[in-house]
Design a protein. Sequence first.
Length: 676
Amino acid sequence: MKKILQLCLPLLLLWTATAIAQQVNPLKYDDVFHLELVTDPQVNAKGDQIVFVRNWFDRQTDRRRMALWIMNADGSAMQPLTQTDSNASLPRWSPDQKRIAYVQDGQIHVLWLDSGRSVQISQLPHAPANLTWSPDGNWLSFNMFTAKSVPPPVTLPGKPANANWAPAPIYIDSMQYRADGAGYLPSGYRHHYLIAAEGGSAIQLTTGDYNHSGDLSWQADGNAVYFAANRREAAYRAPLNSAIYRLTLADRSIEQIYDPAGPASQPMLSPDGRQLAFLGFEDRKLAHQANRLYVMNLDGSNVRNLTEDLDRHINAFQWQSNSRGLYIQYDDLGIGKVAEQPLRGNRSVRVDDLGGVSFSRPYSGGQFSVADNGLIAYTQASTERPAELAIQHRRTQRTLTDLNRDLLFKRTIGQVEEIWYESSVDGKQIHGWVMYPPGFDASKQYPLILEIHGGPHTAYGPVFAMELQLMAAQGYVVLYTNPRGSTSYGEDFANLIHHNYPSYDYNDLMDGVDAVLARGFINEQELFITGGSGGGVLTTWTIGHTDRFAAAAAINPVINWYSFVLNADMYNYFTQYWFPGLPWEMPEHYLKHSPISYVGNVTTPTMLFTGDADYRTPISETEQYYQALQLRGIDTAMVRIPGASHALHARPSNLMAKPAYVIHWFERYRQTKSSD
């Protein structure tokens, strides 16, 4: 019998391998339209029901769609609250827990849970944001863009009636005149408003030539609200400065109660009404400065920093119902966490798998809310699927939804492995992940794609990434890392590239490639590189410093810092925080760190891919590099996405197109290498 088993074992292994291979069914490009994800989970005060936004992608309209769903916290009775033919978002429970306010198609609606009836209560000229209930449930506050009429400085005479003249000139004299995703901005500012919960006319609370954003935090008696804003003169020249204000509703008077040496944001009163928590930091003009959590008295005195010892950027927070502490959200080593932060004592981590809302690439982040009993509802991260709804309560952690089970049933997702490796620059440990193609066999040779994150002050993590999965589905191993400059590893690590970007982050990336090559399953003649935004910067920088890659695909890159800061929408920020001076004051510094300065070294075939309505990294950057490579005779192509902003994946078809064009370009040079 033993001999029979020994003889049959190779056949059994071969049969098993063949069966596994037959079961492999990689993702297809149009599987984008099968993705679903949870965002904005809101648990009620009692902790027994959760309303959330269910997101999916409509093949007919090529748009992301959103509807509100509700379920019990034990995972039962999941059902829709809004119709699928309209977009709904921002669900917020009323204080009595009997109503839910939300925004649908640009208007405020209220749903009565006992009857299931909903009604539109607003007639607003622009979409509202940041819905907040008053403590008595009689009012809703929100903020909204408010147009300001600015007559043209010149009126041309002599136009006959019904004449067909050219459109009138557009006169611009403001610093912030356009924004990525919004285009050229109309005259006006964002202001806070009130509207009765049963409907009526919106009441404007704030005035002046200042922008107001974020939630209002209500006093328990409903007589005043707190908010953060930059209400200084020439506010756009100090883009990070903001202070905390109290607005008395009776006379709409505004009093500044705290003016920090830097930004202050998200002020929130404690449930007992005695303290105010907020996020901020002391502005040192560094490229990355991590939010800390502060608590102070209502008059702005006794300011305490609760998270100075954490050295992580606090993304969001919520008070505990007993006012003795708060829940904080932050990223640590690329992983989203929620922790209890007492006013006195040691913090404790409650959730360590938060994330999944950035589904195109594996960025960290996520959303959560907490009930009075301490139950946390949150978006749960996984490398195998976008965000699902999960809860954590006492010692129980549970995933409540399985929105992508149909996709996972028929498709094989590439497995992801965490790696750490040593930087050749200074021995620092660099964090990364390797995504394997479905059906991976370590005895074979595979092409490798190095995919670089943007920012540069952001972080990748162990979360689902459709773009990378689609590349792995085509038979590529994909490496993604967090080189120096990345967040979630502390302020010092993030600022190793301050006024020095790109620089040694390039070495960290090359060391990652070497670490994967050492494993023996990568064809060294089939190395490829790509990345978007800051990753596009490092892609073009890399091919100016090495010829080891068979081809490159730079997605919305910056290649000339001098022209970038004079064209980007956030130029007032970039010139102050990313550079030691203005470009004409130190052109050598700008050009030293510009990939265009090294274009004479490039031999790598390069594709450039950018939205033609991108105002963050304008397409003029792409055009400069394309024309430079054309002048040099380097094989190059430019892909322009009509109407697309910096957020290329906003339309599902563009989410498909980006990896499809990248793979198309790389496949050309796999064949070239194979025929050498």
